[in-house]
Write a protein that binds this ligand. Structure first.
Ligand code: NAD
Length: 464
């Protein structure tokens, strides 16, 4: 249902009330209901793939291959995994019983939370909307999806097609921006999953606190890449380049934000990047069909401000071309960037890649730990000791060694941040768990009473 006209707090309250009364009837908790919705999503993806790709092209000029690999196929395989595993996930988990309560049995029931709200971001507008919805449905909840207004084509596609494939009385789409999201946030939800920047994350958490609603905040930050001299620089350059410019032209929460390498490796790494970039995007990257555009003029202005900072403007060693009309900024390498420059003090979220140089690679740990905890941290090395040290001493949402961004595609790893990069996690079974309450159940018969348990606590009983 598209709730795009006059959606205010009153309308939101009525919608939530209806959802809650539907939820109380227990329909969404049924296994069959969950399966039907998940199958509906798969059918929607299969039948509407071209429209989804077109909407992503309209919003972001996202290359078709990226749309398919990074958004559509990930959601599809999450649906298939949930369909395959749901019976198992829903089964009560038996746990050992307490000796003092013998005879008894104990188990954990995964219970739906109720009515959940998913607020999504613009950069992976299809994935970041539906991936949490898959988890919410699998766990048996009613769900409201609020897609990002900054990706309007995908948002309106959801509003138009989702109701045709899923139960519109328990799964709703509300389009809109700040006003509509504020109206939604005033309501009492049983969980909110928000993806976006940390400023709004704070607004979401404050609104949720009024109702004691738990939140998952999927935020961002500056994801570092440490490149040791003892590594294959050509492979490293390819894998960093595809994780940066091959992910929405750097507009990805897990995209490499900056590089730390040794002074001796830096020129070799820059050469390797130049080679990779020309191979991927040709001599004139603006001509390439494989690079997304900057999402809008606000973000274009933000990125050019970072590039025009006095501390970095003469440090461009590759790229730097921009075209405001086309919202195009070329893959850009910045070498020997001071730590107090603008580009090193906010999340870049675009095609600029600063390179920090150090004498010894071990210095990178302090540079990273002096900043907010990132969503991802990447290391390229053949040195197992350095790898161990990095994993032990860097706190990040996730770590990937000798590659970038792939960790996000594994349904077996939780995806989420820590500290400033967020709280809570989802993907695969973690999504099911995130949207479930783990209800502790113990069941006894009437035998097995120990007299010592009951007053009066006589001296004889106390001796036992
Ligand atoms: P955005 O502008 O699409 O905003 C996200 C959502 O917040 C939207 O649905 C929007 O309507 C809502 N919103 C905006 N202002 C609001 C307000 N004042 N009150 C209530 N709701 C409001 O996306 P963005 O914030 O530009 O996204 C980029 C950020 O998100 C980056 O920091 C990035 O790292 C992070 N991100 C994180 C993940 C992740 O999975 N961890 C994924 C993508 C992006």
């Amino acid at each position: 249902m598209a709730e795009d006209v006059g959606f205010d707090s009153q309308v939101a309250a009525k919608m939530v009330e209806e959802l809650r009364s539907g939820f109380r009837k227990g329909r969404t908790a049924e296994y069959e209901w969950r399966v039907t919705q998940l199958k509906g999503l798969v059918r929607m993806i299969d039948e509407r793939e071209t429209e989804i790709v077109d909407a992503l092209d309209k919003d972001l000029k996202k290359p078709k291959m990226e749309s398919f690999l990074h958004e559509i196929s990930l959601v599809r395989s999450s649906c298939l995994m949930a369909l395959k595993k749901l019976k198992q996930w829903m089964k009560p988990e038996k746990v050992p019983s307490l000796l003092a309560a013998h005879p008894s049995s104990s188990y954990i029931v995964s219970e739906p939370l109720g009515i959940v709200l998913v607020i999504s971001a613009w950069n992976y507008p299809f994935l970041l909307s539906l991936e949490p919805v898959v988890g919410a449905i699998a766990a048996g909840n009613a769900v409201v999806l609020k897609p990002s207004e900054i990706a309007p084509a995908v948002s309106s596609l959801f509003a138009n097609i989702l109701p045709k494939y899923v139960d519109n009385s328990s799964i709703k789409v509300v389009e809109g921006g700040v006003a509509e999201t504020t109206a939604l946030l005033e309501q009492k939800w049983d969980k909110i999953l928000y993806t976006g920047n940390s400023r709004v994350g704070r607004i979401v958490m404050t609104a949720a606190a009024k109702h004691l609603t738990p939140v998952v905040l999927e935020l961002g930050g500056k994801s570092p890449v440490v490149v040791d001299s003892n590594s294959d620089l050509k492979v490293a350059a390819n894998r960093i380049a595809v994780g940066k410019w091959g992910c929405n032209n750097g507009q990805a929460c897990i995209a490499p934000d900056y590089i730390i390498t040794t002074k001796s490796s830096a020129p070799l790494l820059v050469d390797a990047f130049k080679f990779s970039l020309e191979k991927f995007y040709g001599k004139d990257p603006q001509e390439s069909k494989d690079l997304s555009r900057i999402v809008n003029s606000n973000h274009f202005a933000r990125l050019t401000r970072l590039l025009d900072d006095d501390k970095v403007s003469d440090k461009v060693v590759h790229g730097g071309q921009r075209d405001e009309k086309q919202l195009f900024i070329a893959p850009t390498l910045l070498l020997d960037i001071p730590l107090d420059s603008l580009v090193m003090n906010e999340e870049i979220f675009g095609p600029l890649l600063p390179i920090i140089t150090v004498e010894k690679i071990e210095e990178s740990l302090d540079i990273i730990n002096d900043r907010a905890k990132p969503l991802s941290a990447y290391l390229f090395t053949k040195d197992k000791k350095l790898e161990e040290n990095f994993i032990k001493n860097i706190s990040a949402g996730g770590i990937l060694v000798n590659d970038t961004t792939l960790q996000v595609a594994s349904p077996h790893l939780p995806f989420g941040g820590v500290g400033e990069s967020g709280m809570g996690a989802y993907h695969g079974k973690f999504s099911f768990d995130t949207f479930s309450h783990k209800k502790a159940v113990m069941s006894r018969g009437f035998g097995g009473d120990l007299p010592a348990r009951y007053p009066p606590y006589t001296p004889q009983k106390q001796k036992l």
